[in-house]
Write a protein that binds this ligand. Structure first.
Ligand SMILES: N[C@@H](CCC(=O)N[C@@H](CS)C(=O)NCC(=O)O)C(=O)O
Length: 120
């Protein structure tokens, strides 16, 4: 049976995986989150944004609420089931709990500073 709205699901999924891998390769610090940094739509995403904002370096984000294919595909390729997901230097750091723990231990700031250039 073929879904007429999605005639080649395997290809569609592969395209999304390619898109995600491009985003992660292009942006040294990228947060997959619910909502936007200005308007997070989940407490977990809000807490991750709070930590990143205090560090003050530029970062990219993807609002997974507006990208359902990424929401469906990223957990599989990341082997991480939930959002937010912070990726730094092409590697998954973790979700809100890990981001906050690293921030409180003083480990997140140097990691972000090593990977994200100064704001222009
Ligand atoms: N302990 C997790 C909590 C995150 C979490 O539970 N996120 C949920 C609710 S926002 C989620 O992403 N569920 C899957 C989904 O909504 O696609 C963390 O540290 O990030």
């Amino acid at each position: 049976m073929t879904d007429a709205a999605n005639p080649n699901p395997a290809h569609a999924d592969n395209s999304t995986e390619t898109l995600i891998r491009e985003q992660i390769a292009k942006h040294p610090v990228i947060l997959y989150m619910k909502g936007t940094p200005q308007f997070p739509q989940c407490g977990f995403s809000a807490r991750a944004i709070e930590a990143l904002s205090q560090i003050g370096r530029p970062f990219a984000y993807v609002n997974i609420l507006e990208n359902p294919d990424i929401r469906a595909t990223l957990p599989r390729i990341a082997n991480w089931p939930t959002f937010p997901q912070l990726w730094v230097g092409g590697e998954l750091i973790g979700g809100s709990d890990i981001v906050l723990e690293m921030f409180q231990k003083g480990e997140l700031k140097p990691l972000i500073e090593q990977n994200s250039p100064e704001a222009q």
